[in-house]
Design a protein around this ligand. Sequence first.
Ligand code: GCV
Length: 646
Amino acid sequence: MLGLLLSVSTMVRAEDGSDLWLRFKGAGTADVTGVKGVAMDELKQYWQGNPVVLKKQKNVAKDGYVITTNGGKTTIAASTDAGLLYGAYHMLRLQQMGQGGAPVNVSEKPFYDLRILNHWDNPNGTVERGFAGKSIFLQFDPQKMKKYAQANASVGINGTVLNNVNAKPEALGVENLQKAKQIADVLRPYGIRVYLSVNFASPIKLGGLETADPLDKKVVGWWKNKVAEIYKMIPDFGGFLVKANSEGEPGPCDYGRTHAEGANMLADVLKPYKGLVMWRAFVYNPQSKDRAKQAVEEFVPLDGQFRDNVIIQIKNGPVDFQPCEPYSPLFTNVQKTQTMVEFQITQEYLGAANHLVFLAPMWKEFFGLVKPQSVKAMAGVANIGDDTNWCGHHFAQANWYAFGRLAWNPELTSETIAEEWMRQTFGNDDKLVKPMVKVMTESRDACVNYMMPLGLHHIFAGTHHYGPEPWYDAPGIRRDWTPAYYHKADAEGLGFDRTKNGSDAVSQYPKELCDLYNDINTCPDKYLLWFHHVPWDYKMKTGRTFWDELCHRYDKGVQQARGFLATWDAMQPYVDKQRFEEVQRKLRIQARDAVWWRDACLLYFQTFSNRPIPQDMEHPVHNLDEMMKFKIRITMYENPECGYTK
Ligand code: GCV
């Protein structure tokens, strides 16, 4: 009886999302021989197919694997333990997708050497822009850490930065280093190295020095000792991530030194240990005419000055993880400096953990213009917390999954990734998989439509990045922290003129793109208001006026979000009760939020356009006054659960 109860409770727990996409059913039954290690352990525990041999083979690319099936026996060959493990997860993925019985003949290797998560976790357990509870690192839980390691390894993620880029000096204190060591010990067998974000002023705040000047001998000595201490505890420590002279964080410029001088000092200290410096290029100051231009202005003059163990980590877009941005032109302006792209997996600006927005299409869009081979590595700001389902929304797990898969192979299509994830996470019934893959792949487009279509950006509420407040302003606030800085609505039209006649940000792109974006007639619709101040009556490609088109886009987004809910409602027969209801609840919030976005934005912009909402679309159901009074409470570590209530 007890056994029965236990197994029932295990089954129930297995469908609360806590198993992520690793929902292996039943114990492994196969004969697994060869190289011992985690790969063998995982296969022995879960693989139910052919006998498998794990083999070390020197000519296989680092962390890659070759799988062959001959005479009913499958061989996984790799030159590293991590490669064997990735091969084992490849097999398990096939098994979960219902293809475990077929012969396998594949050869795979990761596109990027470094596939790294960035956690924005604070020492007090809060997570900046985290919407899935507290930090998973707050209380060291070996079981949870093991699951985290398995999930990452199963998609090829091989690095993790444990703490927020807004780093507290105590991140390098003894207590935190001990915790980092504990975590590193669990992650190591899964091929994952640990990194830390550092506060550039640590020598002052932690070391009691008077300066953090990177050219000061005592400062260098302090970092040398600190780094030696870290490597003693964590011999395979990966290195540092640094946010310097950005949003009030300290940095080398405080001492009249350049970003290169700051980064190189740390790089030299880490070099003997083969450590890396990931130096962020997220810089902007209130004086600039256009925030979107600043990274190029500050970093291009330093091109060629960085050490070979420094990588400049650049957000995908020039402003800040908006639902739709052109790529950051810094990528195509530096020639002699290694760069890596930083994507945001956590949905800071895309509906937090309330909206179903599958991000692979957005990341693929980036790789459409920035060639994957032109960057060295891929970082993703994690959406992970201690919520039962890890990410706050069951479908947000798909973004963690997609990040890993794209870092492994940026050529994978969004559909392929969505389908892989759906099959593993929700089962193989096509009646469920097919419609939901469609929802997933359309969801980012829908989000752009109901939040910020046609190149609008950063029109979020002042105190959070969840809902709309295109009117937000406050006495004395930096202009680049107000929506009006970005949308520039007036009686003539809407949008930021970044053409050659405006801020000239367009000239930071290669000539072909510059010409395309600079001309209002050729600029793609999705970037129109990013680059142009568009007159309300401007004739769009659809034949509508710009104002009418804007209204229709917003309304389309609302209809798309409602469509997602209707599709999910029809999935009830194919989904377990708990996850069905939890996702349904979120999709309802999303559909209501979409209406909130549409009504707030259209009614506000209408005060400038003075034009009617077109007859052939649904009209706002709220008043602008109502919208302007509406406030939601959200903190950096709270899910904006209330969504739509006052
Ligand atoms: C970690 C944006 C976010 C901040 C974040 C910052 C960054 O401004 O709102 O929360 O800080 O980007 O990426 O450094």
